[in-house]
Every structure is written in C-alpha cells, then in structure tokens.
Ligand binder design. Structure first.
Ligand code: S3P
Length: 437
C-alpha cells in the first residue's frame, strides 16, 4: 500500500443530511465464502466494494468459483459445493484483511490441496497462532513464520476431527475459523468463548441450511454437512456508521440520519458507550434485512461527558475505539478504557496509534497495557498524524480535525478503501472539511 495519499482535515460545517453507509465488511466476507461452498447459485445484495472483501472474492475466483458482478454491490456466486474448490496456481492474497485470512485458514485446512495465504505489510505482522493453534488440535497442518505471523502455508489432505474448544480470546475470527474447519471434520465441534462475539458465521451458516446450534458465547456443529445456496442482503456496516455517529455528536449544530444501519447486538457497544456519555441518538424505522436488525440512526449534537467504559462492552465495540477516543477528546472530563488489549493487534496497535495521534494534537492521554485514560475537553490543535496504514485510525482523525482549532494532516490514508470506499466524498457532502493531497 503506497503512502501517497494524505488528508488535511479542519473545522467544517455542522453535519446535515441523510447518509447511506456501505455494506457490512464482516457479512460481505462470509457471504462470498459460504456462497462459494454452497450447492447452487446465490445472489449477494449490498456487498461491500472494499479492498478487503474484493480480495476475498478474488481468492474464490482463484479457487475455481465463478463470481459475476452485474452491478456495483451485487455479486452472483456460482457455488461449487463443499468439496468443489480447485487448487490455486498462485498464493492467495488477503490484502489487509485479518477476517479474510483467519476464516480462510479454517476453510482451507479441510481441502485436498495445498495453498499459501499472504497479506499486505500490516496483515503480515498480525498473530495467526490464535487460529493455527486450535486448527492443529483438529488435525490441520498450517505453517506460519517463526513468530506466528503470515504467510500461512496450508497443507491439504489432512483428515480433521471435531474438538471441544474453549477459546482463550473473545474473537469472532477465531471462533469462525474453527467452525469452518468443523464443516470438514469428523464428528462434532463446539466452541465456547470467554465473552460472546459477533455471530454472523453461525447465523449465516444456518441461512445456508447448515444444522448449527448456537447461543451467545457458544456454537456447535457436526461435520460432513452441505450448504444450500441462498440469497443474502448485506446491511450497512455499523462500524462505518460509527464515525458519523461520533462526528455528529461532537460537531455543534449537527443532525444526521444514517439509513438502515445493521444493529446486530454484538456490534453496537458504541451506541451504549456514547449514550453513557450523553449522546443524542434515536433509532427510527426498525426493520429486518437479511435476518439482521436494522434501523435509521438519527444523531444530533449533544455535549458529551467522559465515562468509564464498561469492560463487558469491549467485544461489542472492538472496532469502534478509534472513533470513541475522538468522542472522549470532545467530552468534558475523563474517559477510562480498560480490558481492551486486543486493540494492540488490530490493523495497527490502535491504543498506541490513537494515544500518539491525540497527544500530537495537544491532548493528554495516559496509555496503559490494556486501555487508556483520556483527558477530554481541551481544544485540539494542529498536528501531523500517522495512520500506520490503518483505515480506522485515518477516519478517526478526519473527525478529530473537524473539532480542531487548527489543521490536522493525516498521512497514509489509502487504506480507508479497505472498509469504507468513498468515505471522504460522503463526509465532505455532509459538511466535513477534508481535502486530499
Ligand atoms: C471480525 C472480528 C473482529 C473485528 C474484525 C472483524 C469478523 O476481529 O475486529 O474487524 O468479521 O469476524 P477479532 O475476531 O480478531 O476480534
């Protein structure tokens, strides 16, 4: 990923209007994967045209699956059946996508052929033993670098067996990797989590006709089942909407409507956290889309106050901390985050990246091993921010720029296209001052 692009963010207008947020990244990855493995043809509506999810679609083309793109955000996937994938002739490039690589490691562990999963610089530094460990217990053979990072060399033709896995980490990616390998394993596999995480794999496998038992924090399935093609509607991504929820909450005079956003309860921790801080967010026009709850979110400026974020909320808002930190900058008083050490192994070390960036703008942030104390309420100044190629760090500081008294330069913003293509245009249309250099 090149470092060519930067943004200059400064105070803009109060945010106004109705915004349509792109499709959910987690759901889009899984929709392509499961449709590819199904018997029959599936249509995906609302597919996220991001680099991460396109990388996953490209990988399935390499594995012999025909995928049509009749128009933007639509895919027609001609499934090849659970045992129909073909050996690829080149490494499979997951780009920046941890979800892509970790879920694929489970899915590919059960194939007859060998393959190699590679990623970009950020993904190449991320921990993979959290998935290769439990997969090895099932009989899989996956080699990593000595420090447990990619590339992953997956050795095919290994007979897999079901396990009872008590995951040490609250991670939907780990749970999903094990459940996907379980489709190819003899006997039953169960996963128990230390805290419930997003359950899209479970819900969507059920939608594809798999007999799977699940409840918050646990899932169980029997190997040897086939998937039946189905049509998937992808809801708007709450994690992308999150940036606008925070921005409209902290920019005086703002009122935004975010249309039909996915509100899976395992994703919406930020709503609770912002409301604890005094945010004014209403849910209107509730409906169901592709089996997921959705609603319009109407957010109005409100003066925020600092809060202690309950640790129980952390897994439900794991991708939202960059945005939350900016809300904490605008809030009066201290915001305290604990129990969030997982943030250190995301697309960047998000605790360090946010703390360093906010300090560069003049804010006091006391970083700890698993969180931070943020001293809010001071006016932010000018400064230069390194996004570390992390889409969510870049977008968070685009918001910080809107409440700064100066000019915020954000380096290395190309990666925003991994999850939120068109963010800058949408934000600009709503009132942001954000120019590209
Ligand atoms: C995801 C799970 C989370 C999240 C990521 C998407 C998923 O990661 O941070 O953006 O789609 O399963 P972890 O499972 O590592 O917490």
């Amino acid at each position: 990923m090149s470092n060519a692009q930067y943004w200059i963010a400064r105070k803009g207008q109060p945010l106004q209007g109705s915004l349509v947020i792109p499709g959910d990244k987690s759901v889009s990855h899984r929709a392509v994967m499961f449709a590819a493995l199904a018997d029959g043809t599936s249509t995906i509506e609302g597919f996220l045209e991001g680099e991460d999810t396109r990388a996953t679609a490209r990988i399935f083309s390499q594995l012999g699956v025909r995928i049509e793109t009749p128009s933007a955000s639509r895919r027609i996937v001609h499934g090849v059946g659970i045992d129909g994938l073909q050996a690829p002739t080149a490494p499979l490039d997951c780009g920046n996508a941890g979800t892509g690589m970790r879920l694929l490691s489970g899915l590919l562990a059960g194939q007859r052929f060998d393959c190699t999963l590679v990623g970009d610089e950020s993904l190449s530094g991320r921990p993979m033993r959290r998935v290769t460990g439990p997969l090895a217990l099932m009989g899989a053979r996956i080699d990593t670098e000595d420090d447990g990072t990619p590339p992953l060399h997956v050795h095919g033709g290994q007979p897999l067996r079901g396990i009872e896995f008590a995951s040490p980490v609250a991670s939907a990616q780990v749970k999903s990797a094990v459940l996907l390998a379980a489709l190819y394993a003899e006997g039953e596999t169960s996963v128990v989590e230390p805290h419930p995480t997003r359950d899209y794999t479970e819900r969507m496998l059920a939608a594809f006709g798999v007999d799977i038992e699940y409840a918050p924090g646990k899932a169980r399935l029997r190997g040897g089942q086939r998937l039946r093609a189905t049509d998937i509607v992808v809801p708007a991504d709450f994690s992308s909407a999150a940036f606008f929820l925070v921005a409209a909450s902290i920019i005086p005079g703002s009122e935004l409507r975010l249309c039909q956003v996915g509100l899976n309860p395992r994703r919406t921790g930020l709503l609770h956290a912002l409301r604890l801080m005094g945010a004014d967010i209403r849910e209107e026009n509730p409906a169901e889309q592709g089996g997921e709850p959705v609603a319009d979110l109407v957010v109005r400026y409100a003066p925020l106050k600092g809060a202690r974020i309950p640790e129980a909320l952390v897994p439900d808002m794991i991708d939202e901390f960059p945005a939350l930190f900016v809300a904490a900058a605008a809030a009066q008083g201290q915001t305290v985050v604990t129990g969030a050490a997982e943030l250190r192994v995301k697309e960047s070390d998000r605790l360090a990246a946010m703390a360093t960036g906010l300090r560069a703008l003049g804010m006091q942030v006391d970083e700890t091993e698993d969180g931070a104390t943020l001293h809010g309420g001071a006016v932010l100044g000018s400064g230069t921010i390194e996004s570390h190629g992390d889409h969510r760090i870049a977008m968070a500081f685009a918001i910080a720029g809107q409440i700064s008294g100066g000019e915020v330069r954000i380096n290395d913003v190309d990666n925003v296209a991994t999850s939120f293509p068109g963010f800058d245009a949408l934000a600009g249309g709503a009132g942001f001052s954000l120019s590209t250099g």
